[in-house]
Structures are given as structure tokens and as C-alpha cells.
Ligand binder design. Structure first.
Ligand code: ACO
Length: 332
């Protein structure tokens, strides 16, 4: 994806510290060496030091210039444990459980970011998405003024003129199973901001449904209508419209029939799905059937950048997501 080449160049301009808490994992180790060589970020591998070093040796990965932190022996473990206990004590956290939790590299890494000892975190080559999100939600939490953490995918569809010549943002495809209308509005606004600030495109945001501008009546449609109303009210400066079916959102001819007065219909480059079932299935359909390149899920709404990987990720995917996280950290 051409956009990712730009992201790599941006990452190099101001090096950020990125934690990889699956430090002894094969693809993570290989990616770390590439990230170091290309100067994309300062990598901090978190995990059992002996396993990290042994696996690196077996894989002929050069660890020079890559920081290793072992939560079992680190002098910061107690400090992070105390801070984590303070954050979670109202939720029934005990000091003993906090120490045990912080020794989990995922939580240790998240606390490094929380406490300013790292600028961002990338994980998920081994752990499911929910594990990473929970660690982030319990520590780093949401950015000021943002109520919901969500995610987007950068989609590059080959031989396609929809969106920005086949480049679109899809959201939310990874985090919120069933967002409320308020949350959906917040997801739309956050994704529009990322389209503008990170991807440097003018966002045209379609709130997707199985109905276009009142063509069907159902409580599921009502939620999308309400989300559209809230998003427009909160951000009249953004081009957001709905409810729109997918074809009315991206195909000019369909839009001129079904939503002739919409500035977004037929030209949308940001697609907001009504729930996680639609979003997750939607991006995978485009990825598989249209052979689209899908980068993400890129998380948005955290106070500091934390990003997920697919468990089927390649070494290149990890390098890309680390570069993207570093750029998010630059903008933070
Ligand atoms: N934004 C902001 N805060 C949130 C969010 C959110 N999206 N979700 C939960 N929270 C809050 C909770 O209210 C809670 O607050 P607290 O501090 O008062 O405790 C805190 O964050 C921690 O939440 P938990 O209760 O520990 O987590 P929860 O059980 O709510 O799970 C999670 C949150 C992990 C995001 C869950 O909704 C989930 O599993 N989502 C789906 C992930 C997934 O499987 N995606 C599909 C695969 S990804 C792919 O295919 C690319």
C-alpha cells in the first residue's frame, strides 16, 4: 500500500519508543530487527529475557540496539504494580493481584505507555484482540473528550475507483460489538479525524445501513439515523451522511437515484458500519473477494497509541503497524 510507504518515511522523521510485549515470538523478533535497521522506531521487547535471547539466536536475529525488559526482574515492576493497583482498586483490584497482572508482558507494556516510559504498544501476533484491548482500556484509557475506543482498517482495493481511487477507511471492524447511537456517532467522528490527520484525505463519511434515507423502517435503521443526527450536530464541519446502503454510499449512479441531495453519497471514502458483525464481515469480504490490502485494525480513542495485529500477521504487517503506531505517537 502506497500509504504505508509514506507512513514509514514519517516514522523515521521523529523516532518513537514502541513496546512489543510478545517479545519472544518469532515474527516479532524478525520484525524488530527490520524496524531497527530501517530506523522506524526504538523497539522495546517485553518478555522473559532468556527466551527472547535464545529465540533471537536460533533465528539469527541481531538484537543490537533493541531494548529488552523482563517484568520478572525489572526494577519498574513494583512501581507499575502500585500505579495499576491505584487505577483499578475501585474495581476490586488487590495489591497482590496487581503485581501478578503486571508481570504479564501485555499489562507491563501497557503500563510503560501509561507512565510515559514508552510512546505506544503493538501486540496481537499471539494474543486475541480482546486481551490487548482490555489491557489498554484498564491502563491507558480513553483520550480526553473521547468516550469510546474503536478501530479502523485502511483498505486499498486494486483496480477500483471507489473512495479515493480504491483507498477507504472502514470502521469499526474490531472493537465494539454493538455500539449505541452515541458511540456510533463518536466512532464516525474519530474515524473522520484520522482520515484527515493521519491519511491526509478530506473525509466523506457514510453511516451504513440496509436502508437509504428512509427506504426501510426498523429499529436497527433508527440507531444509524440517530447516530448520523448526533454526529452531524456535534461536528457540522465534517461531511457525514446517512443512513446509506453500501451501493448508495460509493456508487455515483446509485447515489443519484437514492440520495440525490447528499454530498457524501456516491463519494464516501469513510464507511461506518452499524455494528461489529457487519464491520468485521464487511472488511473481510472486501479483503478476500476483491483482494484488497487491509492494514489494521488501527485503534483510535486511546489516550496513547495501542494497536492490534492479526494472529495470522506477517513480519511485514508487524513492521507496518509499528510504523503506524510511531506516527500516531508523533501526533499524540
Ligand atoms: N471504549 C471505551 N471504554 C471501554 C470500551 C470501549 N470500546 N469497551 C469497554 N470499555 C471500558 C469498560 O467499561 C471498562 O471500564 P472500567 O474501567 O469501568 O472497568 C474497561 O473499559 C475495561 O473493560 P472490561 O470490562 O475489562 O472489558 P469488556 O469486557 O468490556 O471488553 C472489549 C471490552 C475487549 C473491547 C470487548 O468489547 C471485545 O472483546 N470486543 C471484541 C474484540 C474482538 O474480538 N474483535 C474481533 C476480532 S478483531 C479482527 O478480526 C481484526
Amino acid at each position: 500500500m502506497e500509504f504505508m510507504n509514506k507512513v514509514r518515511e514519517m516514522a523515521k522523521e521523529d523516532i518513537r519508543r514502541i513496546v512489543l510485549p510478545e517479545g519472544d515470538e518469532e515474527r516479532t523478533l524478525k520484525a524488530s530487527e527490520i524496524i531497527k535497521k530501517q530506523g522506524l522506531a526504538h523497539v522495546i521487547l517485553v518478555g522473559p529475557e532468556s527466551a527472547i535471547k535464545e529465540n533471537a539466536k536460533n533465528l539469527s536475529v541481531n538484537l543490537e540496539g533493541i531494548e529488552i525488559v523482563d517484568p520478572e526482574t525489572s526494577e519498574k515492576t513494583q512501581e507499575y504494580s502500585n500505579a495499576f493497583y491505584e487505577l483499578r482498586k475501585k474495581k476490586g483490584m488487590t495489591e497482590e493481584k496487581a503485581l501478578q497482572t503486571i508481570k504479564d508482558p501485555m499489562y507491563y507494556g501497557a503500563m510503560m505507555v501509561k507512565c510515559g516510559d514508552a510512546d505506544g504498544m503493538v501486540s496481537g501476533a499471539v494474543h486475541p484482540t480482546g486481551d490487548l484491548l482490555r489491557a489498554g482500556l484498564q491502563t491507558v484509557k480513553t483520550a480526553p473528550g473521547i468516550s469510546v475506543v474503536s478501530s479502523f482498517f485502511l483498505m486499498q482495493v486494486p483496480d477500483c475507483t471507489y473512495g479515493e481511487d480504491g483507498f477507504l477507511l472502514f470502521s469499526d471492524c474490531a472493537v465494539n460489538p454493538n455500539p449505541t447511537a452515541e458511540q456510533l456517532a463518536s466512532i464516525a467522528i474519530s474515524t473522520a479525524e484520522n482520515a484527515k490527520n493521519l491519511c491526509k484525505i478530506e473525509p466523506r463519511v457514510a453511516m451504513l445501513s440496509f436502508s437509504t434515507m428512509g427506504s426501510a423502517s426498523h429499529e436497527l435503521v433508527d440507531k444509524v439515523k440517530e447516530a448520523t443526527r448526533i454526529a452531524k450536530e456535534q461536528r457540522p464541519d465534517l461531511m457525514i451522511d446517512g443512513e446509506l446502503q453500501l451501493d448508495a454510499a460509493i456508487v455515483d449512479k446509485v447515489a443519484s437515484l437514492k440520495a440525490p441531495n447528499s454530498k457524501v453519497a456516491g463519494k464516501a471514502n469513510v464507511l461506518i458500519f452499524p455494528d461489529l458483525q457487519a464491520g468485521n464481515i464487511g472488511y473481510k469480504l472486501v479483503q478476500r473477494f476483491a483482494k484488497a490490502e487491509a492494514v489494521g485494525p488501527v485503534c483510535q480513542g486511546f489516550a496513547k497509541p495501542i494497536n492490534d495485529l492479526s494472529r495470522g500477521c506477517s513480519v511485514e504487517d508487524i513492521v507496518n503497524v509499528v510504523a503506524l503506531t510511531a506516527v500516531q505517537a508523533q501526533n499524540n
